[in-house]
Design a protein around this ligand. Structure first.
Ligand SMILES: *[C@@H]1O[C@H](CO)[C@@H](O)[C@H](O)[C@H]1NC(C)=O
Ligand SMILES: *[C@@H]1O[C@H](CO)[C@@H](O)[C@H](O)[C@H]1NC(C)=O
Length: 801
């Protein structure tokens, strides 16, 4: 009965929303012709791109260009839209090429929603979609009257330039394609800027506004104002900004997009999994992007969505469905009656910008008094100035761009009424510090939704199929074990695969080619049935770990997705056997390459930077979600372009941010020579243990000396701790002239060929990272920042003096 009903619903649904069997696909549109919504489209000769009517919801369509081949989740990635802010009706709307040469988009009610504004009276014109994804209007004598490449929306395709007249504008949300708040464009100073242009305010946030453009590595002199991504993954802008994708050199399908979170990302299409992979992104810390949570709110990291917004205590969301509107106070403060006011301290919080003034060398009470004097001060930041041991305060007129970061030592004091409210009692100064679970779903590219119609069709179809299956299953009385169900769920919720032991045995020709050992297992090279070459790790002592525990850990690792982390493709858990399947890295480990002297100075610097980015990501934007605990050159693998990927987070332990106690670590982890002193002295284990190991790896890359072999007085150095560091510090003291001591310690294999300035940066960082005192070490995010913008930190220090 139920089935019949379902089928009826399905049938009636299909009648009311006919699937367009009569859709016509053409290659060109001639004068006085038109395309009718929703079914007509134009395809590029190579079939890669389609221009047509893209459904964005309940009978709402955009005229758009998209990649013809749908992704694994059946969505199509849109790369251009004509009328993003004015969707139109699905029936009787059309795109017409008028005799006058104007291309117009006309809604069902005859309203002109968009036009190309072109005019051409002498000969007829033709619209076609080129293989590059460019929709062009060309006259018969070859003149290009109009092209979609001139008016990008949120995406640039390879060879599509961003110019002085064009800009990228993010979407409003995943499901709302209209213009959002973030823009990328060239300013009057000829520099490419990222701007948050929100509901109540506008601010430039990249390059960092407090940096002088030159210090950000940009040039203001070139007024050609063009930026373009080439076919091989190199992006270059006329202001000297540029980058290469992690898969640079190969011709892949790529797109450069300004995403809804205000971050710039380069995506490459992974043909095997049919998903978009991030091959470069601008910000590691997405909370540093302005405006993310609106006014009076705080951005912090969240295990599920990557980032989370919350209101400042005492405030509530203005629009419960949309963070862009921010939060509003739940209380009223009376300015005249200062005796009714109090301050609420917020720890680890910063609000960027809107400091109306700043006062040096003030006590907390002096700052409070200053803040009470002015009604428009909402609170102040109270900051310790390391240089002279005093405090400064920065009153805020707006609480904007707030973020929570555990490594941020200072306080913000909020002006609140003295009368105690429930929220004040609840708030214990320990905001957001109880994140626990770590499932980082970073399937960036695959989350486009085509509105509810698609999902409704699918739910009806799947519903019907499911019911039929249920009935059949019932009749055959087959029983699904609960075990199978959990595995099925895991496969759905993550993007990696469960392999059988037999499959992996076959792939590795019965585990014949060993390529590595350590980190809890032996690694074999293998070839999977789909042709991919893989590194397959057979874990030791796996039977001590329950299957559920193993799956939990694997799914965590499998969801970590970063271009500088090794990718995990799947796992096998059968009986006592536990195996992990990773991507295979052609050039082997950093350690092998250092020994073989394959790495020149440029490669070493890039490897140092890439490794830092991978670790910064692992520490989840400096919030210490996942520790690696065994960073060493053997665990840094190089791809065919010598780009590094951090491997073997087999030892990493998922940590509760607060609960960084040693009881989680029953035994010492890591490798002699690279281990931080905390392990030996049984001190609390934080992400700084990885920073230490990273510092030692840097020193090894600089000097070419392994920490175990090098120096070391033996006795007081039982763990091999710091011997390399000691040797370098001694060298440093021996000679006063900096150039000569650097030359003394640098790997002779480099043959003196290195950039002294960059070498100094790297050395300084390496020594900071390998400080014995874990607090003196920078976070991995800071390391990345310092390597990318070495001048920032000197400047920042100056500003605080
Ligand atoms: C999309 O966002 C715009 C701008 O905020 C808004 O006007 C419009 O109603 C939204 N559309 C949908 C379908 O939510
Ligand atoms: C800070 O102020 C105090 C009291 O006004 C003064 O004694 C001290 O020298 C000042 N410190 C600095 C570094 O200016």
């Amino acid at each position: 009965m139920i089935i019949r009903l379902r089928i009826l619903v399905l049938a009636s649904f299909l009648i009311t929303f006919p699937i367009p069997f009569y859709a016509s696909t053409i290659f060109t549109l001639s004068s006085e012709d038109s395309l009718s919504a929703p079914q007509d489209s134009i395809t590029s000769p190579n079939g890669k791109f389609t221009a047509g009517f893209h459904s964005i919801g309940d009978n709402a369509y955009l005229f758009a260009i998209w990649f013809t081949k749908p992704l694994v989740d059946r969505t199509n990635t849109v790369v251009w839209m004509a009328n993003r802010d004015q969707p139109m009706n699905g029936q009787r709307s059309h795109l017409s090429l008028l005799k006058s040469g104007n291309l117009v988009l006309i809604d069902a009610n005859q309203i002109n929603v968009w036009e190309s504004g072109t005019e051409w009276s002498t000969s007829s014109v033709e619209l076609s979609l080129l293989d590059t994804g460019n929709l062009v209007l060309v006259t018969y004598d070859g003149q290009r009257l109009w092209q979609s490449f001139d008016s990008p929306t949120d995406t640039l395709l390879p060879d599509q330039p961003l110019t002085k007249t064009s800009k990228l504008v993010s979407r409003r949300s995943l499901s709302n394609f209209s213009s959002g708040f973030y823009q990328l464009h060239f300013n009057e100073d000829n520099v490419l800027h990222l701007v948050y242009d929100g509901i109540e305010m506008t601010s430039v946030f990249w390059p960092s506004p407090w940096l002088i453009v030159w210090d950000a590595g940009r040039s203001t002199y070139n007024d050609s104002k063009t930026a373009v991504l080439d076919r091989f993954g190199n992006f270059m802008s006329s202001d000297e900004f540029g980058f290469q994708s992690s898969d640079y050199g190969v011709e892949l399908q790529r797109r450069f997009s300004l995403d809804i979170d205000g971050n710039l990302r380069l995506y490459s299409l992974d043909k095997l999994s049919n998903t978009w992979k991030v091959s470069w992104q601008l910000f590691i810390s997405s909370c540093r992007i302005h405006g993310v949570c609106g006014l009076n709110s705080l951005c912090s990291y969240d295990s599920v969505s990557g980032r989370k917004c919350s209101c400042v205590p005492g405030y509530r969301m203005k629009d419960p469905k949309d963070w862009s509107y921010g939060c509003e106070p739940e209380f009223k403060v009376s300015c005249n009656d200062t005796s009714s006011l109090d301050f609420l301290p917020l720890r680890h919080v910063e609000f960027y910008g809107y400091d109306i003034a700043y006062y040096r060398n003030k006590t907390l009470q002096e700052c409070k008094d200053l803040c009470l004097k002015r009604c428009d001060y909402k609170g102040f930041e109270y900051k310790f100035v390391e240089g002279n041991g005093t405090y400064s305060c920065y009153p805020k007129t707006l609480l904007f761009n707030g973020y929570v970061q555990s490594s941020w030592p200072d306080f913000v004091y909020l002006k609140v009424p003295k009368t105690r409210h429930a929220w004040q009692e609840q708030y214990q100064g320990n905001l957001h510090c109880n994140g626990k679970k770590v499932i980082l779903d970073r399937a960036y590219g695959s989350k486009e939704h085509n509105g509810w119609i698609k999902s409704f069709i699918w739910s009806v179809v799947l519903g019907g199929v499911f019911e039929i299956l249920c009935v059949l299953t019932y009749f055959y009385k087959t029983r699904k074990s609960s075990n199978e169900t959990t595995q099925g769920y895991l496969q759905l919720s993550t993007r990696f695969k469960k392999f059988t032991y037999a499959e992996l045995k076959k792939a590795t020709s019965n585990f014949s080619e060993e390529i590595g050992r350590g980190g809890g297992g032996i690694v074999y090279k293998g070839k999977l049935s789909d042709g991919r070459v893989a590194a397959i790790k057979f874990l030791y002592g796996a039977n001590s770990q329950g299957e559920a525990e193993f799956l939990a850990e694997v799914s965590t690792i499998g969801n970590l997705n970063h271009m500088n982390l090794i990718e995990i493709w799947g796992y096998c858990a059968e009986g006592n056997q536990r195996l992990l399947v990773y991507e295979y890295m052609e050039y082997g480990s950093l350690s092998d390459n250092l020994n073989a002297n394959n790495l020149d100075w440029e490669k070493r610097y890039e490897i140092a930077l890439g490794t830092a980015k991978g670790l910064a990501y692992l520490h989840e934007e400096c919030l210490e979600w996942v520790l690696h605990c065994d960073v060493k050159p053997q665990n840094i693998l190089l791809d065919s372009n010598y780009r590094p990927k951090v491997a073997d987070f087999g030892l990493s332990k998922i940590l509760n941010r607060e609960g960084l106690d040693n009881s989680n670590f029953s035994r010492i982890r890591g490798t002699r020579g690279y281990m931080a002193p905390e392990w030996v002295f049984k001190m609390p284990i934080t992400s700084k243990v990885d920073v230490y190991s990273y510092g030692i790896v840097l020193l090894e890359m600089i000097t070419g000396k392994s920490p175990e072999v090098c120096g070391g007085s033996g006795d007081d150095d039982a763990m091999g701790l710091g011997s390399l560091v000691t040797w370098i510090r001694e060298k440093m003291c021996e000679t006063n002239e900096r150039k000569s001591w650097i030359q003394d310690i640098v790997d002779p294999a480099l043959d003196g060929k290195f950039d002294l300035e960059k070498m100094e940066i790297l050395l300084k960082l390496a020594l900071q990272c390998s400080e014995e005192d874990s607090d003196a070490r920078p976070t991995m995010c800071e390391v990345v920042d310092k390597m990318v913008h070495p001048k920032i930190f000197e400047l920042k220090a100056d500003m605080l003096m």
